[in-house]
Design a protein around this ligand. Sequence first.
Ligand SMILES: [Zn+2]
Length: 387
Amino acid sequence: MWYFSSPQIAFGEDALSRLDELKGRQAFIVTDANVARLGLVRRVQERLDNVGIPSAVFAEVEPDPSLQTVRRCAAAMAEQNPDWVIGLGGGSCIDAAKAAWLLYERPDIDPAGINPFDFFGVRAKARLIAIPTTSGTGSEATWAVVLTDTAEQRKLALGARELLPDIAIVDPAFTLSLPPALTADTGLDALTHAVEGYTSTWRNDFSDGLCLKAIQLVLTYLPRAFANGGDTEAREHLHNAAAIAGLGFGNSMTALAHDMGHALGALFHTPHGRAVSLCLPYTIEFTAHGGGSRYYEIARFLHLPARDEAEGAASLAAAIRDLRRTLNEPATIRDLGVTPAAFAETLPHLITNAELDTDIVTSPRQPDRDQLQRLFEYTYEGKRVDF
Ligand SMILES: [Zn+2]
């Protein structure tokens, strides 16, 4: 037996007015300093004021939130005793809100112990609303949580089904002030979710269509939103695409590009979407080489050359590399500014991190330690290696 999970999703112009229907006694907003500075927290609070729900704000979430931040946030939450928790911001803010919410409900749990197999009994105290301000992680539509263990320099891909938000508010107005580089990084994350959600070993009939549609939307609208941040049509479709990709991979899984990207991000502090999408074409080539991939189905859906699987996979990898070039994204790990010496020194750590990451389990072709090393080396310089 399998499940398809989705929050209630309010989307499109003025989706924020979903808050006008809210009933409750106290809200707690989890966000970061930048979102607060842009006046987006104020916009949410005004809506809550209108329906008589007082709100408190924790605006201290950092990019790649740590276990420590989540613990502090949960303590602040407990003082306010909210019945609504609102994650407002990029994936970091929404993930921190999910984890802090669980700790608020269950103070006996350690955030590193969040896992999909236990039942935690959340919602005894509060429910969760997610309002994304980037079009990328899809965290508003998934139960995934990514935290960073700063002591071990490792990303923890956690999650529990109960942490799926009750309501996702996908309002494109919240993304209009996103700068081009951030638009590119986050949009490429959504693309990677959709490609990996379609090809992971946990893919299924319910997630397939969502993933294909999200891929098409990102390829069509990301270049436009990047070139002109005020293109409201592109912003709206891109924002929808991120949530749709979230529903897709959230109900299947991601795979090797996320596995390697998590390892890269934890060691070189590369933004998540940049790291995973950098790895994506390389992992497509590696996976297709093993046979039995579904990349040609994606390529055919996109009307790319795809007479057979090998050509389809090559076309898809090329289309992703073209897109990344258009968006001024680095093509290799070396382009990230990692020197050969720094790369050689961290390579064993990268490989170990990638081996420990849970996304390797759902990769359609799972590399062994040796193959991981060659994959990282290939991704470092783009010099083709033998898989
Ligand atoms: Zn991602």
